[in-house]
Design a protein around this ligand. Structure first.
Ligand SMILES: [Zn+2]
Ligand SMILES: [Zn+2]
Length: 343
């Protein structure tokens, strides 16, 4: 049995990070205990670090952040049948109730009782050991590293967006915002068979990566007049920024009858030209996290159809979580995915 204390890193408030020794969690009968190997720093982790809250989610108690994670199974509960110690796994971080109508209907990401890692009041993955239900731990084949396993989470967002907007082979897709989520939305659209993918951002380094992820056109929004050059050009627009300007651009770039996936969540409210969406009969699809995607995401990574390894641009060694959060927050244009790696 794995026992004794382990190191965990807590966010206590804005820019206040402390390290502490806490007991190793004990897995229930259907849980696995996972020794963390890699945890990605997400925009939401940075937001909590810089502001202490995201909307209504407020850090009131010291909280362990981190939800993009992968590791190695250290121990299994008595009823676990599909995993064994030594297996490497990516963890799906949102555990739903499994009993409500939304869960039973397959839309478990919308479950009102979901327990999501690293979102108050539930602890996340910046610690040495985490427990997970067996069926939310996805075995990584040999060719997929733990770091790549930790990118399944943001990839799942992009894949879910493509599913909800129904990206079809041969279609044209425009992706607004080419941070990690946008880049992985590009990769997901490419894997879904999109024939033309246009990425729009204002950071040259991100646009260069968009090409590597499968975009055939990268547009610098500071140089091009996006609205006139790309109007009505896309079957599907995926807005990964979610600010007023990009929401308006989404309506403009979508062809009449097209679909808009709204993924970015920067704006709580926004003044957008709804009249344009109406005149074009756009289908506007809000996208919240993901459901039923992790298995397919791991398969795509294992097949080599998607490679997320180049996105990991910076690494910090656990327990240097504060350094990682600070660096990622202050270097948003340079750092695509900052990863905390464990011994
Ligand atoms: Zn995330
Ligand atoms: Zn539920």
């Amino acid at each position: 049995m794995t026992s004794g204390p382990m190191t965990a890193v807590f966010l206590e408030g804005v820019h206040k990070v402390v390290q502490a020794e806490v007991p190793v969690p004990q897995p229930g009968p259907r849980d696995v205990l996972v020794r963390m190997k890699a945890v990605g720093v997400c925009g939401s982790d940075m937001h909590y670090y810089e502001h202490g809250c995201i909307g209504d989610f407020v850090i009131e108690q010291p909280l362990i952040l981190g939800h993009e994670c992968a590791g190695e199974v250290a121990e299994v509960g008595q009823e676990v049948t599909t995993l064994q110690p030594g297996d490497r796994v990516a963890l799906e971080p949102g555990i739903p109730c499994r009993r409500c109508a939304l869960c039973l209907g397959g839309r478990y990401n919308l479950c009102r009782d979901v327990v999501f890692m690293g979102t108050p009041p539930h602890h996340g993955a910046f610690r040495q050991y985490v427990t997970s239900p067996e069926d939310f731990a996805y075995r990584l084949p040999d060719g997929v590293s733990a770091e790549v396993g930790a990118t399944v989470e943001p990839l799942a967002v992009g894949m879910h967006a493509c599913t909800l907007t129904g990206v079809q082979p041969g279609e044209s897709v425009a992706v607004l915002g080419a941070g990690p989520i946008g880049l992985l939305a590009v990769a997901a659209a490419s894997a879904a068979g999109a024939a033309h993918i246009t990425a729009v951002d204002m950071v040259p380094r991100r646009l260069e990566f968009a090409g590597r992820m499968g975009a055939d056109r990268a547009v610098d929004a500071r140089e091009a007049d996006v609205s006139s050059e790309l109007a009505d050009s896309a079957d599907v627009v995926l807005d990964c920024a979610g600010v007023e300007q990009t929401l308006a651009q989404s309506f403009n770039l979508a062809r009449p009858g097209g679909r808009v996936g709204w993924i970015g969540m920067a704006a709580r409210t926004a003044a957008v030209p709804l009249i344009e969406a109406q005149a074009k009969e756009l289908t506007i699809v809000p996208v919240f996290r993901y459901a039923n995607v992790y298995g397919r995401a791991v398969s795509l990574l294992a097949s080599g159809r998607i490679d997320t390894a180049p996105l990991v641009t910076h690494r910090f060694r656990f327990p240097e979580v504060e350094e990682a959060l600070k660096f990622a927050s202050e270097n948003r244009e340079v750092a695509l995915k900052t990863m905390v790696v464990f011994d």
